[in-house]
Design a protein around this ligand. Structure first.
Ligand SMILES: [Zn+2]
Length: 288
């Protein structure tokens, strides 16, 4: 599987013509009917209770990339799925952050352990703040290494799907660079790429360029320990966060289905089509 050059060119065209637009819409693609598909076209929450359970069931056991694409495009047209798979990772994750905020709530309390004193540290995961208007993009998409300029495009879900079976992290990094850097110096067939051919410095420069152009591709939370004042960065994985929240939600819904079905003899469909407030009230009455 490889990416089309046409997709890459379109990304840059959009970046040039709409500098004032949001990050996501800069990477908008066209569907087959010529309409633009961008992150703003995705409804933030159009999932009913039975959709949430079906999405959870369908994504179980899939790779993180597949889970991310499913979470954003479940029940949507094929054109949309193809377009989302070609959004840069940070753009895709920004849409996922917004969807998680709409479905599961914008702020979640979390606890981690201080990496210095090992005491528990409570903090809030603020999805609304995280997903709001982070500037991305620098043009042209180019970095320099050893006096030479390299044009590149940002990695997307299609890249990660293609590299899913590459177990060696170093080799995957090389192949990703070869897929994304548009330069004759690095252009070889990914399947036969020799890991030793790309210098480490070039890979480092490429990684730094991605970070500068697509900041939401690698989200880090800055935390401070209230006890020892130690300050550090914790990686945040929105796909993992989304899937954990979805799993909790699906389990809670199925517990309600079990309880209401046993008590009233209603079908799963009938229970899930009740409003959340009514379902909660019936549950409360049974348990009181
Ligand atoms: Zn501490």
């Amino acid at each position: 599987m490889d990416l089309t050059e046409a997709t890459d060119i379109r990304v840059e065209t959009d970046r040039r013509t709409a500098p004032e637009r949001s990050v996501a819409s800069r990477y908008a693609k066209k569907d087959r009917s010529g309409n633009e598909i961008s992150a703003s076209d995705l409804p933030e929450n159009d999932l009913a209770a039975n959709d949430l359970i079906a999405l959870w069931e369908r994504g179980n056991g899939r790779s993180p990339t597949e889970k991310a694409l499913l979470a954003l495009t479940y029940g949507r047209k094929r054109e949309l799925c193809d377009a989302v798979a070609r959004w840069p990772i940070g753009v895709r994750d920004q849409a996922l952050i917004r969807r998680a905020a709409a479905i599961f709530g914008p702020i979640t309390a979390a606890v981690t352990t201080c990496s210095a004193c090992e005491r528990p540290v409570a903090f809030d995961i603020d999805l609304q703040g995280m997903g709001a208007g982070r500037a991305a993009g620098r043009r042209p998409l180019r970095f320099r290494y050893a006096g030479e300029a390299y044009d590149f495009r940002l990695p997307n879900s299609t890249d990660f799907q293609a590299l899913m079976t590459v177990a060696d992290g170093g080799l995957a990094q090389h192949r990703l660079a070869r897929r994304c850097i548009r330069s004759t110096a690095t252009r070889t067939d990914g399947a036969t790429a020799d890991a030793s051919k790309l210098p480490k410095g070039l890979l480092k420069a490429f990684a730094e360029a991605i970070e500068a152009c697509d900041p939401l591709a690698d989200i880090r939370l800055t935390l401070t320990c209230p006890d020892c004042r130690h300050r550090w960065q914790e990686p945040f994985d929105i796909v993992d966060y989304f899937w954990q929240a979805l799993t909790r939600e699906a389990h809670a819904l199925l517990v309600q289905v079990d309880l209401l079905a046993r008590t009233y003899g209603w079908s799963e469909d009938a229970i899930l089509s009740l409003g959340a407030a009514r379902r909660a009230l019936y549950t409360e009455m049974i348990l009181s």
